[in-house]
Design a binder for this molecule. Structure first.
Ligand code: HEC
Length: 82
């Protein structure tokens, strides 16, 4: 996650960020996490518009919603770098 999402955000590369977020959207780790793909796709759409602040908001939204639980349940399954 840091490798793809973090670096494209740092590089201000909105096209790479949009692609990485689309990949994230397909990697729902738990079928009950219904807003996962929505966060990722909202971020991808924002990135495509060049709206990096909007993309960043999607990062935060998903992290606030799922990061802690992900660490508890899927510690051994890191998000693949896409
Ligand atoms: C759809 C959900 C989701 C979105 C969107 C998302 N993240 Fe994450 N992110 C996670 C989860 C879950 C973890 C915890 C994974 C772990 O600890 O292995 C995480 C962890 C991270 C970490 C720390 C762990 C690592 O792999 O280095 C970084 C950095 C990070 N995300 C950056 C970003 C950035 C930047 C964005 C937006 C461009 C973003 N994330 C968008 C779900 C998401």
């Amino acid at each position: 996650m840091r490798a793809r999402l973090g670096s494209s955000l740092a590089a201000n590369d909105s096209a790479a960020l949009a692609t990485a977020l689309e990949t994230t959207a397909r990697l729902v780790p738990d079928p009950s996490w219904t807003s996962w793909a929505t966060f990722a796709r909202t971020g991808a759409n924002a990135a495509r518009r060049g709206d990096m602040a909007g993309a960043r908001a999607a990062c935060k939204g998903c992290h606030d919603a799922y990061r802690a639980e992900y660490r508890e349940k899927h510690r051994l399954r890191p998000v693949p770098p896409g």
